[in-house]
Design a binder for this molecule. Structure first.
Ligand code: ADP
Ligand code: MG
Length: 761
């Protein structure tokens, strides 16, 4: 039977496959091959044991000189001590085993062994405790570990219940069982970029002779990953270009012109450029797919409105989708305000050429919703604003010409396709994001879209200064709340952001008179465990998912909760006279709207909230933001959050409060970065470097996979750009991939994973 990537591991390696499946979920040959070494060791260096680096993983070759078993002094049981001599002559290394059984028969004087483990010292003696080893001249004739000789030794992340040597043996079986692998990279591409074929690449990555070879094999695997994702996006784009769209051109003296005349400001040069791009796209007979990125406050919304008016002028409707009700309502207000009488088409006092703007949210009364649905369905409303869910599920639009998706970095390929499918003919699509997207991410996630970027902020925007407040310094927190009170007395409003909602009956904060961690009674558990677990924790802290509002939930009640903080601030002498309200995702849409409206109207001084306020919220008098447990948030998230302040005429202030000494050094560095620059692109790049790829992409955005296997978006820019060009030209030359069944198969698999992902939700 020919073994290929889809072959069940069990059929190649037998019963041992069960352990790999249990520990790592591996079921196919591909799973094992895609699990790459974390590093490589060179057994030829150092040859002398005395040069072995302490505390490090090593692989060494030597000969057993003596082996003794003795009773342990301090506890029951016997100890096997094996002295191994290096092949350079002279140096010895001690192998110790607390359970001699099985080892004492194999580790006999004269046995030549390869051992791997972590070097420790006992007295001055170098030791390996319970090392993994293989006997090379084993009298039983076992060939285990033979692969450890010759070339570099691959070191894999440890797999429970599978020793590194067994793991290597299984890989060896697999590599030898494969004769040939169909290659999704076309031969021309391999030739042009000097890439080994797929099987060779796996061999190079797992069994390299030299470091250069390991690099070459891995490079090829990354290249393929980038190529496949790009090819999928290229095909999606070609497919959507093949569906005609209706060109929408503004009419002379129409709504678009009328709004440009009404606006109280001039468009910036950047905005004018983007407007021209949008108009050109909309006038084409293929659907627009454009991503508009620009800092918070860079003026994307007015551009979206102008594009929508071009479409209304062109005889169709436009829908604006926001991720939350608060944002939908705010957009509705902003759009109506900008349009003025232009939004009162058909009403007394409205403009003759005016249109209507319908708002659809879940918290509307049934009657209100019915009126708006009717306006949308009849075409009377040229513009429909609502949350994604509502519009996607319920609205029948008379003639949908343009969909604008706001602030939704999770709006993946699937959702874009779904929208297209819903609308008979293909609507034009504009996605707006305030999260600056590094080029590599844009290519990998939004590779089927054309990107526009607003780099300048409109003039008059005030700078935001950001400071890190370490809460374990006595008095600093108190000072923070006094500063907040001063700000309010000066006419400003303040956001206080908490990492979790908490419960009404959460216990009072320790030392509630200061609000915040501190005081000797505050015995929090350390929040950052080490190793893999720390990674997971970190990733939950930086999850870009707006629904994951409770960023620190993993660490439990030791983090500030909205309810606790509201209670504490209402009691604190410096803040108790202020008007304080809470805002979080467990409130009903009505309640949220009400609080937000009162905050916007200046009837609330201090808004204690979760990250529900993250995106797009615009309150001109909000001058200050205090982020509690700021170390629990990601870099980009903090940058987004602080974009809420300093939007009016006064400079913004952002205080990032962190409990010092939480043991997470990276967290403090992150905060310092955020404080040191307001350049969103720079921060997005840093963010990318400190996160894992899956987190950056979000599950639905890596082209369907739960994450990327090999690519590091922060580091592989050159490769991604090269693979992008190669993939697009390959797909353009052969859109159906008739000449490349292996690539087709990869893409089908991507689709299947994507479908499975959608089903899981
Ligand atoms: P974004 O959606 O990119 O965060 P907005 O479109 O909400 O930004 O714009 C932020 C604020 O700046 C709004 O009050 C908007 O009216 C205003 N604005 C937009 N463009 C300009 C401009 N060219 N000059 C002055 N103000 C502008
Ligand atoms: Mg906005």
């Amino acid at each position: 039977m020919a073994v290929d990537l889809d072959t069940r591991l069990r059929t190649v390696v037998g019963a041992a496959a069960a352990k790999l499946e249990k520990a790592r979920g591996f079921t196919t040959v591909r799973d094992l091959l895609d699990f790459l070494p974390r590093t490589y060791l060179d057994p030829a260096r150092p040859a002398a044991f005395r040069d072995l680096p302490q505390g490090e993983d090593v692989v060494v070759v030597g000969t057993v000189r003596s082996a003794t078993t003795r009773q342990m002094k301090s506890r029951r049981g016997r100890l096997l001590v094996v002295d191994v001599e290096d092949e350079a002559g002279g140096g010895t290394l001690q192998l110790t085993f607390f359970k001699p059984f099985g080892h004492q028969d194999r580790l006999v004087p004269g046995a030549r062994v390869v051992c791997s483990g972590q070097i420790t010292t006992y007295g001055r003696q170098l030791q390996l405790t319970h090392p993994d080893y293989a006997v090379l001249n084993d009298p039983t004739g076992s060939s285990s570990g033979g692969w450890l000789l010759g070339g570099l030794v691959p070191v894999y992340p440890a797999t429970p219940k599978v020793s590194p040597i067994v793991h290597g043996d299984l890989l060896d079986l697999v590599l030898h069982a494969i004769v040939d692998l169909p290659d999704p990279l076309p031969e021309e591409v391999r030739r042009e970029h000097d890439l080994p074929d797929l099987l060779e690449a796996y061999r190079m990555a797992h069994r390299p002779q030299t470091e250069a070879e390991a690099r070459r094999g891995r490079w090829r695997l990354k290249f393929q990953e980038a190529f496949v994702v790009q090819a999928a996006l290229a095909r999606a784009r070609l497919a959507s270009d093949a569906v005609p769209a209706v060109p929408r051109e503004p009419v002379e003296g129409g709504l678009l012109d009328a709004l440009l005349e009404r606006l109280s400001f001039e468009l910036t040069a950047g905005q004018q450029e983007v407007l021209a791009e949008l108009r050109a796209d909309l006038a084409r007979p293929v659907p627009m797919h454009r991503l508009l990125q620009g800092e918070v406050g860079s003026g994307k919304t007015v551009l979206a409105l102008l594009a929508m008016l071009a479409v209304v002028d062109g005889g169709a409707q436009a829908a604006l989708l926001a991720p939350t009700e608060v944002l939908a309502a705010q957009h509705h207000r902003a759009i109506c305000a900008m349009l003025g009488p232009l939004a009162e088409g058909g009403l007394l006092g409205g403009a003759d050429n005016g249109t209507r703007v319908a708002l659809l949210t879940g918290s509307q009364s049934a009657a209100e919703r019915r009126t708006n649905l009717l306006a949308a369905a009849s075409g009377e409303a040229g513009i429909v604003v609502g949350t994604h869910a509502l519009i996607q599920e319920h609205v029948q639009l008379a003639d949908l010409g343009l969909v604008v998706v706001d602030e939704q970095h999770r709006f993946g390929v699937e959702q874009r396709n779904a929208l297209r499918d819903k609308a008979g003919t293909a609507p034009h699509v504009l996605v707006m994001t305030a999260t600056p997207i590094p080029r590599t991410v844009a290519m990998t996630v939004y590779g089927d879209m054309t990107t526009s970027t607003l780099r300048e902020l409109p003039r008059g925007r005030q700078p935001i200064s950001t400071h890190v407040v370490t809460a374990d310094r006595p008095g600093w927190l108190q000072r923070t709340w006094e500063r907040v009170a001063e700000e309010v007395r000066g006419g400003g409003q303040v956001y206080v952001v908490c990492p979790r909602i908490g419960e009404e009956d959460d216990p009072d904060l320790p030392g509630a008179d200061t609000v915040g961690p501190g005081g000797p009674t505050d015995v929090r558990p350390p929040v950052a465990p080490q190793g893999e677990e720390a990674d997971d924790l970190l990733s939950s802290a930086v999850d870009p998912d707006p629904d994951a509002e409770e960023v620190g939930s993993a660490a439990g009640p030791s983090l500030h909760g909205v309810h606790q903080v509201v209670r504490a601030l209402r009691a604190l002498p410096s803040t108790r006279d202020l008007r304080i309200e809470a805002l979080h995702g467990r409130m009903s849409g009505d309640e949220k709207d009400d609080v937000m409206r009162r905050f916007a109207a200046g009837e609330v001084d201090l808004l204690v909230a979760t990250t529900v306020i993250e995106v797009g919220v615009d309150v001109a008098d909000a001058t200050t933001m205090v982020v509690l447990d700021a170390d629990r948030f990601g870099i980009s998230q903090l940058h987004q959050l602080r974009g809420r302040v300093g939007r009016g005429g006064r400079p913004g202030l952002c205080l990032l409060v962190t409990q010092g000494g939480s043991g997470d050094e990276g967290a403090v560095t992150r905060l310092d970065h955020v404080a040191s620059t307001t350049d969103g692109f720079e921060l997005a790049r840093l963010d990318l470097e400190t996160r894992r790829e899956g987190d950056v992409l979000g599950a639905s955005q890596s082209g369907g996979r739960s994450g990327l296997r090999f690519l590091r978006l922060a580091r592989d820019e050159e490769l991604i750009v090269t693979a992008h060009a190669a993939a697009w030209s390959a797909v353009e030359a052969d859109p159906d991939l008739t000449g490349n069944p292996a690539l087709r198969r990869e893409l089908d698999q991507l689709d299947a994973e994507r479908a499975a992902f959608l089903e899981r939700g």
